[in-house]
Design a protein around this ligand. Structure first.
Ligand SMILES: C[S@@+](CC[C@H](N)C(=O)[O-])C[C@H]1O[C@@H](n2cnc3c(N)ncnc32)[C@H](O)[C@@H]1O
Length: 216
């Protein structure tokens, strides 16, 4: 074991969360309503939400793209971190998820510009202009990640951020016999990221592992 790093346990994650600003009542209400609407509780963790906001603020991001809206939790969180005139374009393949997210985004942040685009990421991303985003967050179907990376390298401006969730493959990344069928996709994608010389990148062990990268 490396002496340069502390192995992070579930207790550390609890500690991190306890020392992070708590999410507000509105975001908690959104999650309760999403559960009641039969939407799976697979949104990002509150401390990961805070990390996204800090990164977006530090990058002074205005234009953000997301693949994987779900209930709109991360889209709302990111919209709150943008300055005036900021916009989140978030892509969702499920009509049920997109409708729920639109309703809640309108209720929660009527002043924020969040566009929920219904369709598969593979069809919607190619419609975006080159260098039209300051940051792109990927949190959707794992088999699609290589294509999302290719598109991100075109859409995110040089110096912008690429953020990709689930580098730890739902906790099964290092398992000898993983049960989740997406684990091989995540492993292959992690190798692709590690080899990508157009990115300065690191996996941050928050939530389920977040790739944080800057496009060269
Ligand atoms: C993990 S959830 C996203 C969570 C959300 N980012 C959050 O933290 O609040 C993944 C979402 O991606 C959507 N999805 C799956 N395949 C997709 C695709 N090909 N294109 C766009 N969205 C997709 C799913 O329907 C689901 O709503």
């Amino acid at each position: 074991m490396s002496h340069e790093s502390t192995p992070v346990s579930a207790a550390h994650f609890d500690y991190i969360r306890a020392h992070c600003e708590a999410e507000d009542a509105l975001l908690r209400e959104l999650k309760d309503a999403a559960r009641a609407a039969g939407i799976p509780a697979i949104w990002i963790a509150p401390e990961q939400a805070r990390l996204l906001q800090i990164l977006l603020r530090a990058a002074r991001a205005r234009e953000v793209v997301e693949v994987g809206t779900l209930a709109g939790y991360s889209a709302l969180v990111m919209a709150r971190a943008l300055g005036p005139g900021g916009r989140v374009r978030t892509i969702e393949v499920s009509a049920h998820h997109a409708a729920f997210a639109r309703e809640w985004i309108a209720r929660a942040a009527p002043q924020a510009t969040v566009e929920v685009l219904l369709g598969p990421g593979a069809a919607v991303l190619p419609t975006f202009a080159d260098h039209s985003a300051d940051a792109l967050f990927v949190d959707a179907d794992k088999a699609g990640y290589p294509l999302y990376l290719e598109q991100a390298l075109r859409i995110v401006r040089p110096g912008g951020l690429l953020l990709v969730d689930n580098a730890f493959a739902f906790g099964q990344l290092l398992d000898a016999h993983p049960t989740d069928p997406d684990v091989p996709h995540v492993r292959a994608f992690n190798e692709l990221m590690a080899r990508c010389d157009r990115l300065e990148k690191v996996i941050v062990p928050v939530g389920d592992g977040l790739w944080v990268a800057i496009v060269r």
